[in-house]
Design a binder for this molecule. Structure first.
Ligand code: HPA
Length: 253
């Protein structure tokens, strides 16, 4: 990609809704609107344009995909994983994913950050269909990186939760009965993204680190109704914490 002027990323980061704060910490980033990336999915909503940023953070060469693609927008799975494929083709060996999620684990609070230890694919889709088969997912979220996240959190004085992320397609939020069932299945948090990207990254043999920002308690965990504005508001507050954690994490790598 000529716009990158020969920049070779070591690490790719895909940030979730309203969690793009870390992008501001990049030194002298190159910014490329998604609309300028050849063969890349195009944003659907005007004024909601995604962009790719490339620069250095914590002494590492990083590319940040600010704006992710969701299945609930009606996009095919191939579009959801386009950032991962691009990162791999440019040589990135490590993928960091962040997302906003509802807390199922009753000890979680809105604003908490959770290291993703494992996931449950409840989306009914898989980006590898028609492609590579039988990819091992035993350590989808690299244990070495999970440990480094815990260390980084300790250094930055941030309380970090850990748990299993379950993904649905959305776009409706879950019912209380679904959340109760997901809890029984072993899920600590629920969201509508991330899983396809992680599966594709593992197929490319990239290492993966994942962090969920618990923006709300999932349906039925609290008696409150769910509102997207709240999810965005809590995300906005938590993104400062997330940026601090990621910066510390990158310096440890
Ligand atoms: N459910 C699903 N996705 C979410 C939630 C939730 O409660 N909060 C943020 N993303």
């Amino acid at each position: 990609m000529k716009e990158l002027n020969g920049f070779k990323p070591e690490i790719a980061l895909i940030v979730g809704s309203g969690l793009g704060g870390v992008a501001g910490a990049l030194t002298k980033p190159i910014t490329i609107p998604y609309s300028d990336i050849p063969d890349f999915p195009q944003p659907r909503v005007a004024g909601h344009a995604g962009k790719l940023l490339a620069g250095e953070l914590g002494g590492k060469r990083l590319m940040i995909f600010s704006g992710r693609f969701h299945h609930y927008e009606g996009r095919p799975v191939s579009e959801l994983v386009a950032p991962v494929n691009l990162a791999d083709s440019l040589g990135a060996k490590l993928l960091i994913v962040t997302n906003a999620a509802g807390g199922i684990n009753p000890t979680f609070n809105p604003g908490d950050l959770m290291v993703i230890e494992d996931h449950i694919n409840f989306m009914g889709i898989n980006p590898l269909i028609g492609g590579p088969t039988f990819i091992d997912m035993t350590t989808a979220y690299t244990p070495r990186l999970r440990e480094k996240l815990e260390t980084a959190a300790g250094k930055a004085d941030i309380r970090l939760r850990r748990g299993t992320y379950l993904a649905t397609t959305g776009p409706s939020y879950e019912t209380p009965a679904e959340i109760k069932a997901f809890g029984w299945l072993g899920a600590d948090a629920v969201g509508m993204s991330t899983v396809p990207e992680v599966i594709m990254a593992r197929a490319h043999n990239m290492e993966v680190a994942g962090i969920s920002c618990i923006t709300n308690l999932a349906a039925g965990i609290s008696s409150q109704k769910l509102a997207h504005v709240e999810v965005l508001e809590v995300g906005k507050i938590a993104q400062t914490k997330l940026a601090k954690l990621l910066t510390e994490f990158l310096t440890l790598l």
